[in-house]
Design a protein around this ligand. Structure first.
Ligand code: NAD
Ligand code: ZN
Ligand code: ZN
Length: 343
């Protein structure tokens, strides 16, 4: 089969021939319908994270959906042809966090699944999934467009849900970076907390337009004037929740200025910036967290929201031969929503 693989660090990935995997005991082979191109892949292509002994080559694509092709011996719960989405952080299933469905925080695997850290992902005709518990039925949803729900959707959902207790009537939530993840976060905030004022912040006017169509009440260009506007809107207090989907020095600084006392500043973007922390900034008792992906039960909730048409990713499809072009467009900020590679 054809597979889009990272062969060398800091070099463009390549389309290569790879064997179709054989599902072993408990494993499931999925025929890939779509694999999302996440901005994290652009970070991953640069260099292994410290302490990461990733072997190359491996197939990219950690945001996947498709149809069950074959079940390995003993794998149950699905039949060939079933449309499924793949929960991406593959844990051990047995540690304390995995037993709560929090396989993204597996104490054995650190939640690194297919398309990450040397494990083959979904930018290929077939994806080998190690256990059927990582598959969620898609029901009426088309797997060709659903893949982004498994990362852009789930990561944003988790980041919003953990702060939902702060988002009462009259509250304000800011989403910095209205790309793939940010657009999902805006829709999820709308769906889960109708009484919250949702503000999108981005450097790109096109993304701000999209953010408004997705339900943002206001869309602001990144910078000092955005901080001033948030302060004006909140009688000087700042926002209950600031989600930084970029994570570079300027957005982290901006996020700290936009958040309020007792609020949440949530770093989702892997931009490599650092947040200066002292007694008065971020504001007193404002919690800072850096969530990674989300929990299995939350993915089921994300799928339900999509089935109810409360959230929908703006998808651009690219054939496998154009995966490299899709990443180049993502790098250049030219993808309006999410690029999905369809083998
Ligand atoms: P994307 O490229 O689709 O979107 C990024 C958006 O940020 C774009 O709209 C861009 O215009 C905007 N932006 C860039 N610089 C900005 C600035 N200075 N101020 C305001 N906006 C700015 O990327 P994505 O796929 O949505 O991913 C977003 C980030 O989230 C990436 O860093 C990615 O690695 C990370 N990520 C983290 C997790 C996690 O589990 N924590 C999961 C997936 C992705
Ligand atoms: Zn990702
Ligand atoms: Zn585990």
């Amino acid at each position: 089969m054809r597979a889009f693989q990272l062969v060398e660090w800091q070099q463009p990935p390549e389309l290569r021939e790879a064997p179709v995997p054989e599902p072993g005991a408990g494993q499931v082979l999925v025929k890939v319908a779509g694999a999302g191109a996440c901005h994290s892949d652009l970070h991953i292509m640069q260099a292994p994270a410290p302490g990461d002994d990733t072997r190359l080559p491996f197939t990219l694509g950690h945001e996947n959906a498709g149809w069950v092709e074959t079940l390995g011996p003993g794998a149950t719960g699905f039949a060939p042809g079933d449309p499924v989405i793949v929960y991406g952080p593959w844990g051990c299933g047995l540690c304390a966090n995995c037993r709560e469905g929090r396989e993204n925080y597996c104490q054995e695997t650190a939640g690194l699944g297919g398309g990450l850290a040397g494990h083959d992902g979904g930018m290929a005709e077939y994806l080998l999934v190690p256990a059927s518990r990582f598959l969620i039925p898609l029901g009426s949803l088309d797997p060709r467009g659903a893949a982004p729900l498994s990362d852009a959707g789930l990561t944003s959902y988790h980041a919003v849900k953990r702060s939902l207790h702060l988002l009462g009537p009259g509250s304000t939530a800011v989403v910095i970076g209205a790309g793939g993840l940010g657009q999902m976060a805006i829709q999820i905030l709308r769906a889960l907390s109708a009484a919250t004022t949702v503000v999108a912040v981005d450097t790109d006017a096109g993304k701000l337009e999209t953010a408004k169509r997705m339900g943002a009440d206001e869309a602001l260009l990144s910078g000092e004037q955005a901080v001033t506007r948030i302060k004006d809107m909140t009688r000087g207090q700042g926002a209950q929740l600031v989600l930084d989907m970029v994570g570079v020095d300027p957005t982290l600084r901006m996020a700290a200025q936009m958040a309020r006392v007792l609020g949440h500043l949530t770093i989702v973007g892997l931009g490599g910036g650092a947040l200066p922390v002292d007694f008065s900034s971020p504001p007193h008792e404002c919690s800072v967290a850096s969530p990674y992906w989300g929990f299995i039960p939350e993915l089921i909730e994300v799928i339900t929201l999509a089935q109810q048409q409360k959230i929908k990713m703006l998808v651009e499809h690219f054939p496998l031969e154009r995966a490299g072009a899709a990443y180049q467009l993502l790098h250049d900020g030219k993808i309006q929503g999410r690029a999905v590679i369809t083998p």
